[in-house]
Design a protein around this ligand. Structure first.
Ligand code: ZN
Length: 204
């Protein structure tokens, strides 16, 4: 397992459950790192119990139904108290799924430009298939009203398609043909986190 991916997977878990305690996250992480989560089928996971975390059963079953997670520990003697909460068996499953997603393949192309005004247009036939994120950094603010930016666009999809795009940089129009090549999902997450923002790409 990669440390970088684990960190990102934990970050996602924290973002999804900002009110959960550090110890909740830690217990989920222990379960995940001890490899206790196994996928059993569509929306079903089996989590091995860990006595050191207070588990009384050798296994727990976590199910995802209609966007909600259910754990078999809800049915135990502690069930009433636990039902309203998200137990760490579920948290471990979420961590496992986050990790698997980050570890999966996507197809991407990266564009780097430096301009004052910039714009990326992608034909509407790619709508729903292609996603775009961008990172913008001001590199020269001598002219306060027209600062110069370094812009990185990441264009990605689940298939190795070729995407036509039009890039406008300070009035100069470039027609691009982008061959999306295989990369891992977490590379995009690394690029798209911190200074990145959802792109205002326009589909024509
Ligand atoms: Zn549980």
């Amino acid at each position: 397992m990669s440390r970088e991916l684990i960190d990102l997977a934990i970050e996602r878990l924290r973002e999804d459950f900002p009110n959960k305690s550090k110890s909740w996250v830690r217990r989920a992480l222990i379960r995940f790192m001890k490899n206790t989560v196994k996928e059993y089928g569509e929306g079903v996971w089996v989590v091995k119990g860990l006595p050191e975390l207070g588990d009384r059963y050798p296994t727990y079953v976590v199910r995802l139904r209609d966007g909600r997670y259910y754990c078999s520990c809800f049915e135990s003697s502690w069930g009433l108290r636990r039902r309203s909460e998200i137990c760490t068996h579920i948290a471990a499953v979420i961590l496992y799924r986050n990790y698997r997603k980050l570890d999966s393949d996507v197809y991407a192309s990266v564009i780097n430009i430096e301009c004052v005004d910039y714009y990326l247009e992608i034909p509407s036939e790619f709508r729903g298939k292609v996603k775009v994120v961008k990172s913008v950094k001001v590199i020269d603010a001598t002219d306060k009203l027209n600062p110069r930016h370094r812009v990185t666009y990441v264009i990605y999809a689940s298939e190795p398609i070729e995407v036509r795009a039009r890039l406008i940089c300070d009035g100069e129009v470039r027609e691009l043909s982008l061959k999306l090549s295989k990369t891992r999902r977490y590379m995009i997450e690394l690029l798209t986190h911190q200074p990145f923002q959802p792109s205002s790409t326009h589909f024509l």
